[in-house]
Design a protein around this ligand. Structure first.
Ligand SMILES: *[C@@H]1O[C@H](CO)[C@@H](O)[C@H](O)[C@H]1NC(C)=O
Length: 240
């Protein structure tokens, strides 16, 4: 059997796409957080045609945010551990192969990190989809909102930011500008939820390529060397 082709090229490309997507994910979440701390706080003037206007506080009493933190952690791990760590792993691996025709054990250690990062992304994805589904389909009761108007907060239900601001948009808001800003930021919240799916797929493809490559190395008889050898003896030729 001929030697299997090296997958280091496709791995590098997938790694790059994953790092870019992870950076996008972190950017989207942080722009949501910034919205929550600024215009998202409201209060929003609500003007129903048949009653006097009132102010609604920007946040409900029960705001769910942990899925956002998990998403941020997953994005950070994918960017730093997989992206940056992977660039180093690929560089060391290429060097070991070209110089010594052997493999760096850093690459195998990194394989485990790719798996752990994928599991974290999967947790963030499942958590986010579950919270969004669980708190979805609610509407803000305008009589309750009036009773608990600003500076009180809307007391009923649990809400993810996405579901809350979607329900706010269903109210007769007095300001077209506030409506526009909420609507724009709602798009960002939906984007980061769906971007998690892309992050998961890229992570999965990367793991598959990396595992195939490690199996291929075995077939080709590329011996892994210890970390310390990779790092400390780049110039000394070992006769085998
Ligand atoms: C999101 O909200 C911020 C203010 O918190 C606003 O400056 C920005 O324009 C909004 N984004 C979109 C896309 O509407």
């Amino acid at each position: 059997m001929g030697p299997t082709r090296s997958l280091l090229g496709p791995i590098g490309l997938t790694l790059f796409l994953l790092a870019v997507d992870a950076a996008i994910s972190m950017g989207l979440v942080s722009s949501m957080v910034s919205f929550l701390h600024h215009n998202g706080r409201g209060p929003f003037a609500v003007a129903s045609p048949d009653a006097s206007p009132f102010l609604l506080a920007g946040e409900p009493v029960n705001f769910v945010a942990n899925h956002g933190h998990t998403t941020n952690a997953a994005g950070g791990t994918a960017l730093i551990v997989v992206g940056l760590g992977g660039s180093i792993a690929l560089w060391l691996e290429r060097r070991e192969r070209n110089k010594w025709d052997r493999s760096s054990s850093f690459f195998r250690i990194w394989t485990v990190l790719v798996l752990l990062s994928l599991l974290l992304t999967m947790a963030a994805l499942i958590y986010t989809l579950a919270e969004t589904a669980k708190t979805g389909g609610q509407a803000i009761d305008i009589a309750v909102a009036r009773m608990y108007s600003h500076p009180s907060k809307y007391p009923d239900g649990r809400w993810t930011p996405e579901n809350w601001y979607a329900a706010v948009l269903d109210l007769p808001l007095a300001s077209a500008n506030q409506r526009r800003v909420i609507s724009g930021n709602l798009t960002i919240m939906r984007a980061w939820r769906w971007n998690l799916v892309a992050l998961f797929i890229l992570g999965f493809v990367l793991l598959a390529l990396v595992v195939l490559e490690v199996l291929g190395m075995r077939k080709r008889g590329l011996q892994p060397v210890a970390m310390m050898d990779t790092l400390t003896t780049p110039l000394k030729r070992v006769d085998v």
